[in-house]
Design a protein around this ligand. Sequence first.
Ligand SMILES: [Zn+2]
Ligand SMILES: [Zn+2]
Length: 194
Amino acid sequence: MEIGKTKIIIQPIEEIQENLLRFLKEGLEGIFSFDNLKAEVWEKILSLRDSEYNRSRGQYKGSKVLERLLNLHYIKKTYRILGVMDKDLYSRNLNFIFGIATSPRSLSSKRSGAALISITRLRQEFYRKPKNKILFQKRVLKEGVHELGHTFGLGHCNNYCIMTFSNHLGETDEKPLEFCKSCSKKLKTYFQNI
Ligand SMILES: [Zn+2]
Ligand SMILES: [Zn+2]
Protein backbone atom coordinates (compact mmCIF):
# COMPACT_ATOMS: atom_id res chain seq x y z
CA MET A 1 0.00 0.00 0.00
CA GLU A 2 1.30 3.40 -0.87
CA ILE A 3 1.23 5.77 2.07
CA GLY A 4 0.39 9.24 0.91
CA LYS A 5 2.00 12.23 2.52
CA THR A 6 -1.31 13.51 3.72
CA LYS A 7 -3.15 10.28 4.31
CA ILE A 8 -4.76 9.30 7.58
CA ILE A 9 -4.22 5.59 8.13
CA ILE A 10 -7.06 3.94 10.01
CA GLN A 11 -5.60 1.01 11.93
CA PRO A 12 -8.12 -1.63 13.06
CA ILE A 13 -7.05 -3.09 16.38
CA GLU A 14 -8.40 -6.62 16.43
CA GLU A 15 -11.74 -7.26 14.79
CA ILE A 16 -13.65 -4.11 13.75
CA GLN A 17 -16.66 -4.16 11.41
CA GLU A 18 -15.66 -3.30 7.89
CA ASN A 19 -18.63 -1.04 7.21
CA LEU A 20 -17.84 1.02 10.30
CA LEU A 21 -14.26 1.50 9.11
CA ARG A 22 -15.50 2.52 5.67
CA PHE A 23 -17.94 4.99 7.25
CA LEU A 24 -15.09 6.44 9.31
CA LYS A 25 -12.82 6.76 6.26
CA GLU A 26 -15.47 8.64 4.27
CA GLY A 27 -16.43 10.78 7.25
CA LEU A 28 -12.83 11.81 7.93
CA GLU A 29 -12.27 12.71 4.30
CA GLY A 30 -15.40 14.85 4.42
CA ILE A 31 -14.39 16.71 7.59
CA PHE A 32 -10.79 17.26 6.52
CA SER A 33 -11.67 17.96 2.89
CA PHE A 34 -10.56 21.59 3.23
CA ASP A 35 -7.00 20.35 3.29
CA ASN A 36 -7.61 17.51 0.90
CA LEU A 37 -6.66 14.85 3.44
CA LYS A 38 -7.36 11.28 2.41
CA ALA A 39 -7.97 8.32 4.65
CA GLU A 40 -7.26 4.66 4.17
CA VAL A 41 -8.11 1.57 6.17
CA TRP A 42 -4.95 -0.42 6.88
CA GLU A 43 -5.53 -4.03 5.88
CA LYS A 44 -3.25 -5.55 8.51
CA ILE A 45 -4.98 -5.84 11.86
CA LEU A 46 -3.04 -4.96 15.01
CA SER A 47 -3.42 -7.34 17.96
CA LEU A 48 -3.59 -6.20 21.55
CA ARG A 49 -1.00 -7.44 24.03
CA ASP A 50 -1.40 -8.84 27.53
CA SER A 51 1.04 -6.18 28.75
CA GLU A 52 -1.44 -3.50 27.66
CA TYR A 53 -4.24 -5.06 29.68
CA ASN A 54 -4.98 -4.36 33.32
CA ARG A 55 -6.55 -7.52 34.65
CA SER A 56 -7.94 -6.05 37.84
CA ARG A 57 -9.65 -3.22 35.96
CA GLY A 58 -10.67 -5.30 32.97
CA GLN A 59 -9.50 -2.47 30.72
CA TYR A 60 -6.63 -1.64 28.40
CA LYS A 61 -4.25 1.20 29.22
CA GLY A 62 -4.69 3.91 26.58
CA SER A 63 -1.14 5.24 26.74
CA LYS A 64 0.38 1.80 26.16
CA VAL A 65 -1.71 1.05 23.07
CA LEU A 66 -1.05 4.58 21.83
CA GLU A 67 2.67 4.07 22.26
CA ARG A 68 2.57 1.05 19.97
CA LEU A 69 0.60 3.01 17.38
CA LEU A 70 3.19 5.75 17.60
CA ASN A 71 5.95 3.20 16.93
CA LEU A 72 4.07 1.93 13.91
CA HIS A 73 3.62 5.53 12.81
CA TYR A 74 7.39 6.05 12.86
CA ILE A 75 8.30 2.71 11.28
CA LYS A 76 5.76 2.96 8.47
CA LYS A 77 6.26 6.70 8.11
CA THR A 78 2.56 7.39 8.14
CA TYR A 79 1.29 10.94 8.10
CA ARG A 80 -1.32 10.29 10.78
CA ILE A 81 -2.51 7.02 12.26
CA LEU A 82 -5.84 6.45 13.98
CA GLY A 83 -6.26 3.17 15.87
CA VAL A 84 -9.79 1.88 16.37
CA MET A 85 -10.45 -0.72 19.03
CA ASP A 86 -13.48 -2.33 20.60
CA LYS A 87 -12.10 -2.86 24.09
CA ASP A 88 -12.53 -0.50 27.01
CA LEU A 89 -9.72 1.97 27.68
CA TYR A 90 -8.56 3.86 30.75
CA SER A 91 -5.86 6.37 31.57
CA ARG A 92 -3.99 7.07 34.79
CA ASN A 93 -6.45 9.66 36.07
CA LEU A 94 -9.67 8.59 34.41
CA ASN A 95 -11.92 5.57 34.91
CA PHE A 96 -12.38 5.32 31.19
CA ILE A 97 -11.53 7.27 28.07
CA PHE A 98 -13.10 7.40 24.62
CA GLY A 99 -9.75 8.13 23.06
CA ILE A 100 -6.23 9.46 23.41
CA ALA A 101 -3.74 11.14 21.07
CA THR A 102 -0.28 12.59 20.80
CA SER A 103 0.27 16.28 20.17
CA PRO A 104 2.77 17.49 17.61
CA ARG A 105 6.14 18.35 19.13
CA SER A 106 6.37 21.37 16.96
CA LEU A 107 4.07 22.88 14.41
CA SER A 108 6.48 22.03 11.65
CA SER A 109 6.65 18.36 12.56
CA LYS A 110 4.95 16.31 9.88
CA ARG A 111 5.35 13.01 11.61
CA SER A 112 3.84 13.72 14.92
CA GLY A 113 0.56 12.04 15.16
CA ALA A 114 -0.96 8.90 16.52
CA ALA A 115 -4.50 8.76 17.83
CA LEU A 116 -6.61 6.02 19.34
CA ILE A 117 -10.31 5.58 19.97
CA SER A 118 -12.33 2.90 21.70
CA ILE A 119 -15.81 2.32 20.31
CA THR A 120 -16.98 0.13 23.21
CA ARG A 121 -18.73 2.89 25.18
CA LEU A 122 -20.16 4.56 22.08
CA ARG A 123 -22.85 1.92 21.58
CA GLN A 124 -26.28 2.46 23.08
CA GLU A 125 -26.28 -1.23 24.04
CA PHE A 126 -23.42 -0.57 26.47
CA TYR A 127 -25.93 1.42 28.55
CA ARG A 128 -28.65 -1.21 28.06
CA LYS A 129 -30.45 1.00 25.58
CA PRO A 130 -31.81 -0.07 22.18
CA LYS A 131 -29.29 -0.22 19.36
CA ASN A 132 -28.95 2.95 17.26
CA LYS A 133 -26.56 2.48 14.37
CA ILE A 134 -26.70 6.06 13.08
CA LEU A 135 -25.99 7.53 16.51
CA PHE A 136 -23.19 5.01 17.09
CA GLN A 137 -21.49 5.81 13.76
CA LYS A 138 -21.75 9.53 14.42
CA ARG A 139 -20.12 9.12 17.83
CA VAL A 140 -17.30 7.07 16.33
CA LEU A 141 -16.63 9.75 13.74
CA LYS A 142 -16.81 12.54 16.35
CA GLU A 143 -14.29 10.83 18.61
CA GLY A 144 -12.02 10.06 15.66
CA VAL A 145 -12.06 13.67 14.44
CA HIS A 146 -11.52 14.96 17.99
CA GLU A 147 -8.45 12.79 18.62
CA LEU A 148 -6.99 13.59 15.19
CA GLY A 149 -7.60 17.27 16.00
CA HIS A 150 -5.14 16.87 18.88
CA THR A 151 -2.53 15.45 16.49
CA PHE A 152 -2.90 18.64 14.46
CA GLY A 153 -2.04 20.69 17.51
CA LEU A 154 -5.51 21.55 18.77
CA GLY A 155 -6.23 21.54 22.50
CA HIS A 156 -9.61 21.35 24.18
CA CYS A 157 -12.02 24.10 23.27
CA ASN A 158 -14.87 25.75 25.15
CA ASN A 159 -16.77 26.88 22.07
CA TYR A 160 -19.50 24.88 20.37
CA CYS A 161 -16.89 22.68 18.77
CA ILE A 162 -15.78 19.10 18.12
CA MET A 163 -12.71 19.83 20.29
CA THR A 164 -14.83 20.10 23.45
CA PHE A 165 -13.71 17.57 26.04
CA SER A 166 -16.22 14.74 26.57
CA ASN A 167 -16.38 13.49 30.10
CA HIS A 168 -19.39 11.38 29.28
CA LEU A 169 -21.34 10.35 26.25
CA GLY A 170 -23.95 13.12 26.65
CA GLU A 171 -21.17 15.60 25.93
CA THR A 172 -20.10 13.67 22.85
CA ASP A 173 -23.68 13.82 21.58
CA GLU A 174 -23.99 17.52 22.31
CA LYS A 175 -20.88 18.63 20.49
CA PRO A 176 -21.12 19.29 16.75
CA LEU A 177 -19.34 17.30 14.09
CA GLU A 178 -17.28 20.33 13.13
CA PHE A 179 -14.53 22.63 14.29
CA CYS A 180 -15.47 26.07 15.58
CA LYS A 181 -14.17 29.15 13.75
CA SER A 182 -11.21 29.52 16.07
CA CYS A 183 -10.11 25.87 15.74
CA SER A 184 -10.66 25.91 11.95
CA LYS A 185 -8.38 28.92 11.78
CA LYS A 186 -5.70 27.17 13.84
CA LEU A 187 -5.99 24.10 11.63
CA LYS A 188 -5.59 26.16 8.48
CA THR A 189 -2.52 27.85 9.91
CA TYR A 190 -1.14 24.45 10.87
CA PHE A 191 -1.61 23.07 7.35
CA GLN A 192 -0.11 26.17 5.78
CA ASN A 193 3.00 25.75 7.87
CA ILE A 194 3.81 22.15 6.99
ZN1 LIG B 1 -9.46 15.57 23.78
ZN1 LIG C 1 -12.96 24.95 18.83
